[in-house]
Write a protein that binds this ligand. Structure first.
Ligand code: COA
Ligand code: AMP
Length: 656
């Protein structure tokens, strides 16, 4: 791997911390976090408003204790919505803008001051309570990118309820799986969402999900977006009370904040694992508030009054952490964008939002930059906008490939910073920390471990490997605050998936290496999880659907390279003997089945009929080898292969 070192364009003098935090070098801060985690995180906790302040950071500190029982700030209590809202109002910043909703889909902008957002959150907290949600009860939020999504999340936090946001691009079956696992007291949804060229009607999807699910919520609250989507009548038969958001909020009694223990769950966020059953990642309140508050100042150099924009969706962890919670914790203004990087209306959409709102830093996925570059390679649209407010672009969700990094750096003239993280960790594991001293940006690397994360590379037996050698990326326990408490209702799976493989370490599921200067390179997943346009998806769940087709004997779905989306799913199917079906008809049927079951976001479009799938002698499908053949990468024929001829036939078919 050729590492190209690019000096930070602003140069060291511009790199003093904008937020006013004292400037310490990265290596000093990192060393403190590892040598004295108690002292380090207790000091960081001082930036958070507690009802009962912590006197200890981590429990148990005994490293022999089961890692799954690790808890941050035991004995302390707080309310997350107080940290996001009330504290700024109390400090006299009630008139400051908390949230700007910019919809390229409806050509509208709505702003909320901290006062206004607090008032909406207090009222909706009252609505939720009246609808039957209390401390510890779950609330499923299935909403498009509208301010009500943030209001509903913060209202849950206010009453100690546990939200579980489901991405709007998931279909009824996926929603039903999450409803049955989280067993919500209330579901919050809207009449509809907007995608380019079509309206997504949410009530029929929720109605279908409730037909599939066995769990019944007490109420479904529907935000009516006049003339967008469809009426809530379709939910009448669902067995839940159907309530109108606007009617209820108008008559609600504002609800005070309920202080909860630090390790009380704030949310469950389902993410794809290797099987069809998603993993319900559980986040706490206290560790989350401390970690995200710390990250805004030290990773992103964003503080009170800054305009910050994360172009993601509240349905993903990036949206949870950096559209909603973190910017509000530090009193910044968060931009929530309903639209796409291209086509709404053109490839200048991002530059327009930056210019209109004076965005200081943008956080997005590399796929969005690639989409803009493809539509407007010379960045002509940029000439129409003044984006001089922008000081940095942060990218995550997949590797920022050097080509895209170069293009974005040259086009925008600001530091372009890759950082690596996961739903499970809730914030970055590796980053280039802008709030600390300047450090080189290395193309293709998300830079160095974030304080608190002890990142190591180990081989299959758990032995550390030499610098520059690829292996499993693991994090030595304990994980820092803000990372997962566990998996909802499934401690066994948590231990099995993350903690058992290499005792004493958290398994990230990614593979990569660390170079001589300590820079980490993340090369891809070592499991069957794929990343399509920044969306984490399970090939296992697609295989389940494809395999259920009456003509299909067996199948494999792998993530192959895609110029814009990074990866896309590609299916290989073996027909049942004697079955005759036209390839095109089969493809259309399978595409529809996956779209109906998982959702449009799966973008499952490629189907190839093959005579047999390459397997090991124990019957395991060689998915990695299939992927390497399709992508034209070199591969070694595994010694455990059952029939080498099957692999040859595969090669012949794909690269005749
Ligand atoms: N609700 C309903 N449907 C949705 C949806 C949502 N919230 N989000 C996506 N979809 C649908 C799209 O309409 C599309 O449907 P179609 O097949 O009928 O056209 C399908 O899912 C795929 O959508 P998308 O992944 O957006 O692909 P695209 O080709 O339309 O656009 C990009 C490609 C790169 C522009 C787009 O994927 C993008 O903006 N990606 C960035 C993602 C991101 O922000 N990730 C997290 C950042 S940290
Ligand atoms: P998610 O849980 O949806 O955030 O997806 C997490 C996965 O996305 C990680 O395990 C990585 O495989 C990938 N990922 C996220 N950010 C990066 C990055 N900066 N570089 C490489 N891979 C990334």
């Amino acid at each position: 791997m050729v590492a190209q070192v690019t000096r930070d364009r602003e140069g060291p003098t511009m790199h003093s911390t904008h937020s006013g935090a004292p400037r310490e070098s990265y290596s000093d801060v990192y060393a403190r976090s590892i040598d004295d985690p108690e002292g380090f995180w207790l000091a960081a906790a001082e930036a958070v408003d507690w009802e009962v302040a912590p006197t200890r950071a981590l429990k148990p500190t005994d490293t022999a204790a089961p890692a799954s029982q690790q808890r941050w700030f035991p004995g302390a209590t707080l309310n997350t919505s107080v940290n996001a809202l009330d504290r700024h109002v109390r400090a006299g910043d009630g008139d400051a803008v908390a949230l700007i909703h910019d919809s390229a889909m409806t050509n509208s902008v709505r702003t909320y001051t901290y006062d206004e957002l607090l008032s909406q959150v207090e009222r909706f907290a009252g609505v939720l309570t009246a609808a039957g949600a209390g401390v510890g009860d779950r609330v499923v939020i299935y909403l498009p990118m509208i301010p009500e999504a943030a209001i509903a999340m913060l209202a849950c936090a206010r009453i100690g309820a546990v939200h579980s946001v489901v991405f709007g691009g998931f279909a009824a079956r996926e929603l039903a799986i999450r409803i049955d696992d989280a067993e919500p007291a209330v579901i919050v949804t809207a009449s509809g969402g907007l995608e380019p060229g079509r309206t997504v009607a949410y009530p029929p999807i929720v109605a279908d999900a409730l037909e599939i699910a066995t769990h019944r919520p007490a109420a479904v609250i529907v935000k009516d977006r006049t003339e967008i989507g469809s009426p809530a009548d379709v939910l009448a038969e669902s067995g839940a009370a159907v309530l109108d958001w606007d009617t209820e909020i108008a008559r609600a009694t504002p609800h005070p904040a309920v202080a909860v223990p630090s390790d009380h769950p704030l949310y469950i966020l389902y993410t794809s694992g290797t099987t069809g059953k998603p993993k319900g990642v559980v986040r706490d309140n206290g560790g989350h508030a401390v970690a995200l508050t710390w990250s805004m100042r030290h990773l992103y150099d964003i503080g009170r009054g800054d305009v910050w924009w994360t172009a993601s969706d509240v349905g993903w962890v990036v949206g949870h952490s950096y559209i909603v919670y973190a910017p509000l914790f530090v009193g910044a203004t968060t931009v929530m964008y309903e639209g796409k990087p291209v086509g709404t209306p053109d490839a200048g959409a991002f530059w327009r939002v930056i210019a209109d709102h004076g965005v200081r830093a943008l956080f997005t996925a590399p796929t969005a930059i690639r989409a803009i570059r493809k539509a407007d390679p010379q960045a002509r649209e940029l000439q129409r906008y003044d984006i001089s407010s922008l000081t940095a672009l942060f990218a995550a969700d997949e590797r920022l490939d050097p080509d895209t990094f170069e293009w974005a750096s040259a086009t925008l003239g600001v530091p372009v910073i890759d950082h690596w993280w996961q739903t499970e960790t809730g914030w970055a594991i590796c980053a280039n920390l802008r709030g600390l001293g300047p450090m080189p940006i290395v193309a293709g690397s998300p830079s160095v471990p974030v304080p608190g994360f002890r990142v190591e590379i180990v081989d299959g037996t758990g032995e550390p490997v030499a610098a520059g050698t690829e292996g499993n990326i693991v994090v030595r326990l304990p994980l820092p605050p803000g990372t997962l408490l566990g998996l909802w209702n499934d401690e066994d799976r948590y231990i099995r998936s993350y903690l058992d493989t290499f005792p004493g370490h958290y398994l990230t599921g990614d593979s990569g290496y660390i170079d001589d200067s300590g820079y980490v390179f993340v090369l891809g997943r070592s499991d069957d999880v794929i990343n399509v346009a920044g969306h984490r998806l399970s090939t296992g769940s697609m295989e389940e659907i494809v395999a259920s087709h009456t003509a299909v004997a067996e199948c494999a779905v792998v993530g192959i390279k895609d110029d814009v989306k990074g990866q896309r799913p590609s299916g290989y199917v073996v027909l049942k003997s004697g079955v005759e079906i036209d390839d095109e008809i089969l493809r259309a049927e399978l595409v529809t089945m996956v779209r109906d079951a998982i959702g449009a976001v799966a973008t499952f479009r490629d189907v190839t009929v093959v005579a047999a799938l390459p397997k090991t002698r124990s019957g395991k499908i060689l998915r990695k080898t299939i992927r390497q053949i399709v992508d034209g990468e070199p591969y070694t024929v595994p010694s455990t292969i059952e029939e080498p001829a099957v692999l040859d036939a595969f090669e012949q078919l794909l690269h005749p």
